[in-house]
Design a protein around this ligand. Structure first.
Ligand SMILES: [Zn+2]
Length: 286
């Protein structure tokens, strides 16, 4: 079967062919062709270091580590920019090429005995010829949590006095002290060893804004090419256990945390290609 869409893989059943997709990577940038999509192998100078990264609609795709953007003239773009304008699954393919090349560049030597690692054919993995240590491209899991609470009428109507107007529910958004600091984003963090995704969601929210959660529910996931070679973002929805509790920011990771009515969310939200935004949009539409 010629798989439709993008299928990640590491099999090189044959050498790169002129019509195959080529994804040269220099640092954090990828080369794009004149039409904004990826060039073909036959359009680029010959090189021997193509690494298989999968197939797109059955067409093999190859990545290569290019020393710098000067070495290969063309339109070099960050994954962030590519993800903003390329349709899926092209952005995912670009993310995998960036992840694989970054991993290869940062996992060259055995961490146990310092020998040079060797590629394991057919896998995105290396093995130490000295001590047999197996070094796959490992994923780091991170959680993002969209926390809601009822609107003012729903959470604190005094006894005996009916709430006259039903105000919309509210979503907790935070501002980080690093990265794009102007964005209103979701509470997020990496999963610790020995922790489930759900436990990480509870812990990150408790640590970063001091809130307890109810009804934590899985929403979806997204491979993310920006933070290291293999990050998998997982999204959750949850409600605040105490609807009247206010967030308290830790002051280190976060500078601000605020409840926003779902019909009055701020304009400075995460980009449309991110699971953060998918979560926020889904909650706002519910
Ligand atoms: Zn070793």
């Amino acid at each position: 079967m010629n798989g439709a869409g993008f299928l990640p893989g590491a099999d090189a059943n044959r050498p790169p062919a002129p019509g195959d997709l080529a994804l040269p990577v220099a640092g954090h940038k990828l080369l794009t062709g004149p039409d904004g999509a990826f060039p073909r192998i036959g359009e680029l100078p010959d090189r021997a270091d193509w690494v298989p990264v999968g197939t797109l609609d059955g067409v093999p795709a190859w990545a290569a580590d290019v020393a710098d953007t000067e070495a290969l003239p063309g339109d070099w773009q960050s994954w962030r920019r590519l993800a903003a304008h390329l349709p899926e699954p092209l952005a995912t393919l670009a993310g995998r090429a960036l992840a694989v090349i970054t991993w290869r560049r940062t996992h060259r030597w055995c961490g146990a005995c310092r020998a040079e690692l060797a590629d394991v054919p057919g896998e995105t993995a290396r093995r130490c010829p000295g001590c047999q240590l197996y070094v796959p491209l490992r994923l780091s899991a991170a959680v993002l949590v969209a926390i809601t609470r009822p609107g003012p009428a729903g959470r604190s109507a005094p006894a005996g006095r009916a709430a006259s107007a039903s105000r919309p529910a509210e979503l907790l958004l935070v501002r980080h002290s690093y990265g794009p600091t102007g964005l209103w984003a979701l509470v997020a963090g990496f999963v610790e060893a020995g922790e489930t995704l759900e436990a990480a969601a509870h812990r990150e929210v408790r640590e970063e804004v001091g809130l307890a959660l109810d009804r934590v529910a899985y929403f979806g996931s997204q491979p993310w090419a920006m933070s290291g070679p293999g990050t998998l973002l997982t999204g959750f929805t949850a409600t605040a256990a105490d609807p009247n509790a206010e967030p308290v920011v830790d002051g280190r990771e976060l500078t601000e945390a605020r409840w926003f009515p779902l019909d009055a969310l701020p304009a400075e939200l995460p980009p449309a290609y991110s699971i953060s935004r998918w979560l926020i949009d889904a909650v706002a539409a519910s």
